[in-house]
Write a protein that binds this ligand. Structure first.
Ligand code: SF4
Length: 193
């Protein structure tokens, strides 16, 4: 069975999930994007927003479009190199941060996706993803760009935290040392690992 076939089975299970309150208000489960058979990296974002909930695809709104631009500049193919997920599969009302309980309820799906895809590295996109997989009090602005080791399903993965593109929508400068410049540097490091 290919990775895509295994994930299609898992998605069927996920589609009927009502383990937490987010399942009651969703329009769509936002399961993943990208090609699991060719993906080198899993990128984990925070949670689906309005556009993601309406389309069932992660990172398709303004932040997603900005992420696409950075990926192109770094030479990473969104469709071939990445498998994209979030810490929860259903949109939190008013785009609030998902609660620890909601993330815990969804964790089993996330861990099984990681196990099936078995990536070369995991990209923790934004503070919510970082805190969900790495225990630290260091803010993302200080820890981003460093190679970390994280343990998922008793397997150790290389991981790197990067800024969430929604943060970059509020920070426009590409000057050396500014968040957008750092984002590109981080993605280039991931590409060259
Ligand atoms: S967020 Fe996850 S655990 Fe909660 S209902 Fe959706 S799929 Fe189920």
């Amino acid at each position: 069975m290919s990775k895509s076939e295994e994930l299609a089975d898992l998605k069927k299970e996920c589609l009927s999930c009502l383990r937490c309150e987010l399942g009651k208000t969703r329009n769509n489960i936002v399961f993943s994007d990208g090609n699991p058979d060719s993906a080198k990296y899993i990128l984990i974002g925070e949670a689906p927003g309005e556009n993601e909930d309406l389309t069932g695809t992660p990172f398709v709104g303004r932040a997603g479009k900005l992420l696409n631009e950075f990926l192109i500049q770094a030479g990473i193919s969104r469709q071939e190199d990445l498998y994209i997920i979030n810490t929860v599969k259903c949109r939190p009302p008013k785009n609030r941060v998902p609660s620890d309980f909601e993330k815990e309820q969804c964790r089993n799906f996330i861990e099984r996706q990681i196990k099936i895809v078995n990536p070369k590295a995991i990209i923790l996109c934004g503070a919510t993803a970082l805190k969900s997989f790495y225990t630290t009090k260091i803010p993302i602005s200080k820890i981003r760009g460093e190679w970390l080791k994280i343990n998922v399903n008793n397997i150790e993965y290389n991981a790197m935290a990067i800024f969430h593109p929604s943060f970059l929508l509020r920070n426009h400068s590409m000057e050396v040392g500014k968040p957008r410049w750092l984002m590109l540097e981080d993605l280039k490091r991931i590409k060259n690992m």
